[in-house]
Design a protein around this ligand. Structure first.
Ligand code: ASC
Length: 135
């Protein structure tokens, strides 16, 4: 049974929201220093991001999920569905960067985690710049 378009949209948005919350934890601990660094918490956050990135979210971009009930329901541009090759490259890079962050998190090297977090952020931004409707 095919998922309803609105459920696919909800699922993918949940994935991005949960990743963003976990990115925020890493940012606070290793980039901004507003929260004390806790190795286990950063590993846990990196694990969530990597697991979500590897979960096959591409399957949630079903036909009919380009507009939902209107732009208020999804911010993905129509081009995303037409540029499969470019989207695939961006997604693959994001997955690689998330997997690398997970490995680096386990070392506990805060400078290296910060650098890799930045690299992963660039991968997030690559998709936003091309395919996210700005509010
Ligand atoms: C985050 C978040 C994003 C990315 C992006 C990186 O924490 O919510 O969408 O990082 O800002 O450029």
């Amino acid at each position: 049974a095919q998922m309803k378009p609105e459920d696919a949209i909800k699922n993918r948005q949940s994935g991005y929201t949960f990743m963003a919350w976990n990115m925020g934890k890493i940012k606070a601990q290793v980039v901004d220093g507003t929260t004390p660094y806790n190795k286990d918490q950063v590993i846990a956050a990196a694990n969530v991001i990597a697991a979500t990135a590897n979960s096959g979210m591409g399957a949630l971009y079903l036909p009919g999920t380009d507009k939902g009930k209107g732009w208020k329901d999804t911010r993905v541009k129509a081009e995303f569905f037409k540029e499969q090759e470019e989207v695939g490259k961006i997604a693959k890079n994001f997955i690689e960067q998330a997997n690398t962050l997970q490995k680096v998190a386990m070392t506990g090297d805060q400078a290296a985690i910060k650098a890799q977090f930045g690299e992963m952020g660039k991968a997030c931004k690559a998709c936003h710049d091309k395919y996210r409707v700005e509010e």
